[in-house]
Write a protein that binds this ligand. Structure first.
Ligand SMILES: [Zn+2]
Length: 410
């Protein structure tokens, strides 16, 4: 498992559409094909892609500031405007400055994404766009690690130029005490392109046609190694397949491992794959356990998509097996499990560092998401918990599994 993890890290950040992603898909395909008793399917998925040739942010003194384009952002030959600092960029911050936003470049802060009450980057970008901002900057709060990346969610539609920036760049753009806003210039040269990625599916059949689906996205960001997010999830998913493969023939249902891609592009890869699948094939998938960022902190949490029965089942399973596993019930549409849930498939995401903003998960989406932020013990722990949950789901009575989609309490 550790060798699979470091091999993915060796291939770089695995941005969808890059040679790094292609190499990682090839490696994952080989590793899945090595699992005895399984059949690997490779589904090509066309999606609205994007290629960036140049992105620059010029500060008030004419010098370049550290930045990275948000994935899929709108282009601009040169947008110069005063920079309005909206602090964290909560909806109330936008409301308070509603009359100042039009025509300005709005600057907000990236929040620790894995906590109750966090406001997602795309919500902030959407507010800036609707209120007429000329551009959007989102800054990481920690100095020394460079700009923060992320998706713009534009998908080839309309939008405004949007950059992730460093804490140092945000400091350089802060208004001086006399109140005059500093002016910055954004330059982004990029093209919308027709792109194709692949969903890799390993089927290890059980006695009956239903599947427990364990998914993990392989793609990442150009900065760093996308080690925590999501080298950890892919390595654990492949290790799970290897360890359970010899035991599946006697299970009532089979194990399906999905290695997805283009997740970092607003979850588009698995969404299109699921949307284009026959309803009868979707109905055969009775649970999705999505592994996304399962190392970098010692505690794991199951995000249970607003499904009360599923939440109770996870708590029950964890208590009986004496697993240290917390749950968080509200739907957090921050990874591929949300696409399964949207089709009525009970879905959860396992994640490390939930409500632990000081953990290494704070380095996600930056150049500091590298293998040294993950320990072998954390991966082993994630595999242990994933194995217990998955095994329980593989062997439960059918009526229990079919009841997990319920939202209403008992
Ligand atoms: Zn992720």
């Amino acid at each position: 498992m550790w060798a699979d993890f470091t091999a993915l890290c060796d291939l770089g950040g695995r941005l969808a559409g890059s040679p790094s992603e292609t190499a990682a898909l090839a490696r994952a395909r080989e590793r899945l094909a090595d699992v005895p008793g399984g059949l690997v399917h490779d589904y090509a998925v066309d999606y609205p892609g994007w290629r960036c040739h140049a992105a620059r942010l010029i500060g008030p003194d004419g010098g370049a500031l550290a930045c990275t384009p948000l994935l899929g952002t709108a282009s601009t030959a040169g947008t110069s405007a005063p920079v309005l600092d909206l602090d964290r960029g909560r909806p109330e911050d936008f409301e308070r400055h509603a009359r100042d936003i039009a025509g300005r470049i709005v600057m907000v802060r990236h929040e620790y994404p894995f906590a109750a009450g966090h406001v997602h980057r795309r919500v902030k970008l959407g507010l800036a766009q609707r209120m007429g901002a000329a551009g959007f900057l989102i800054a990481h709060s920690e100095p020394g690690i460079g700009p923060v990346s992320g998706s713009s969610g534009r998908d080839g539609g309309g939008g405004i130029p949007a950059l992730g920036i460093s804490a140092e760049a945000a400091a350089a753009l802060r208004a001086p005490a006399d109140g005059a806003l500093p002016t910055a210039q954004i330059v982004i040269a990029a093209d919308d392109v027709a792109a194709q990625t692949h969903m890799l599916v390993l089927d290890l059949p059980g006695r009956e046609p239903d599947w427990i689906v364990v998914s993990a996205h392989l793609d990442g960001h150009p900065l760093g190694e996308s080690a925590i997010d999501n080298g950890t999830g892919v390595a654990v998913a492949v290790a799970l397949a290897r360890s359970l493969a010899p035991r599946l023939a006697d299970c009532p249902r089979g194990l399906r491992i999905c290695v997805t891609s283009a997740e970092e592009w607003g979850l588009v890869g698995s969404r299109l794959w699921l949307d284009r699948m026959d309803e009868s094939a979707r109905r055969r998938m009775v649970l999705n356990v999505n592994l996304d960022s399962v190392g970098g902190a010692s505690e794991l949490t199951a995000l249970t998509s607003g499904l009360t029965r599923l939440d109770a089942w996870v708590k029950d399973t964890a208590a009986r097996a004496n697993l240290p596993l917390a749950t968080h019930l509200p739907l957090m549409p921050n990874s591929d499990h949300a696409n399964f849930a949207a089709h009525g498939i009970p879905a959860l995401r396992l994640i490390a560092g939930f409500n632990a903003p000081d953990s290494n998960l704070r380095f996600l989406l930056t150049a500091a998401d590298t293998r040294d932020k993950v320990s072998a013990n954390e991966l082993a722990h994630a595999l242990h918990i994933t194995t217990k949950l998955t095994w329980q789901a593989l062997t439960e009575p059918e009526h229990t599994m079919r009841s997990l989609a319920a939202r209403a309490p008992d």
